[in-house]
Design a protein around this ligand. Structure first.
Ligand code: IPT
Length: 270
């Protein structure tokens, strides 16, 4: 049997690590995996990638494309009786999903900075079209409000290191320097580290940096990145196991799963 994986751009670090884990765990259970990739999240593209998988007669589908309520309904409608599991939706949705809690993860990052005494914090978010980017931002704001702190700047990136680089440069030119920058993912933080290095700003002495994801490379950024870890191996494993369970017992009531995130303290925060 075959599992279909509908994914966002796998040239991004996180979705590629999730895809690798899905592939490994599906093979362990003797399923093959076919991948369809959406470069953006318009309804047309989602239709297209789901149909691409259905045409290949997949028996179940994992969707790692940010999906709002309308998109969830549309995907479920297209799939009819083929089980679908989502990886990037609001945990409040009633569809089957396996995810980490982005709101909680966001709070952990800001709380870490506040514990070090930071009150001058700049935020670089992910694209607001992404469900998890919005949830991380909600978590940041919630943690800041708890301590009556307002961010000194909020900028929206697109998950790429190029956007993190450009936004960090712009931030340091235009604002009074923050003492900490909180990025919605490690790739944007990677671009930020280079921008700060070029501006001869010492990390973490002058500016602390925190990312989100803990991809396999993040410990090898310079300096090694403090971040909020998502366990991509476990995410892929659980997604495959839950979906296969549903494929084998379509009538059974399988519950969604939220995996914990955790702070990984390295050398970019003080
Ligand atoms: C999410 C990553 O955290 C982020 O870095 C980016 O790669 C994004 O995916 C792309 O959609 S992880 C996702 C399962 C919420």
């Amino acid at each position: 049997s075959t599992i279909g994986l509908a994914t966002t751009d796998i040239s991004l670090h996180a979705p590629s690590q999730i895809a690798a884990s899905v592939k490994v765990h599906a093979e362990e259970l003797k399923y093959s995996v076919v991948i369809a990739m959406a470069k953006n999240q318009s309804l047309n593209i989602i239709d297209h990638v789901i149909n691409e998988l259905l045409e290949q007669r997949v028996d179940g589908i994992i969707v790692n494309i940010p999906s709002n309520s309308q998109q969830i309904i549309q995907i479920q409608h297209l799939c009819r009786n083929i089980p679908v599991l989502f990886m990037d939706v609001d945990p409040k949705e009633s569809c089957l999903s396996v995810m980490t809690d982005s709101r909680e993860g966001g709070q952990q990052g800001i709380t870490h900075l506040i514990e070090f005494g930071h009150t001058s914090i700049a935020l670089i978010t992910g694209p607001q079209s992404s469900v998890s980017a919005r949830l991380r931002f909600d978590g940041w704001i919630k943690a800041l409000q708890k301590h009556r702190i307002s961010p000194i700047s909020i900028q929206e990136g697109d998950w790429s290191s190029a956007s993190g680089y450009a936004l960090t440069k712009a931030l340091c030119y235009s604002h009074q320097h923050p003492t900490a920058i909180c990025f919605a993912n490690d790739q944007m933080a990677l671009g930020g580290l280079r921008a700060l290095h070029e501006l001869r700003i010492q990390i973490p002495e002058q500016i602390s940096v925190i990312g989100y994801d803990d991809t396999e490379d993040s410990a090898f950024f310079y300096p090694p990145l403090t971040t909020i870890a998502q366990d991509f191996k476990e995410l892929g494993k659980q997604a495959v196991e839950k979906l296969v369970h549903k494929m084998n017992a379509p009538e059974s009531n399988i519950s969604s799963l939220v995996l914990p995130t955790s702070l990984v303290k390295r050398e970019t925060s003080t």
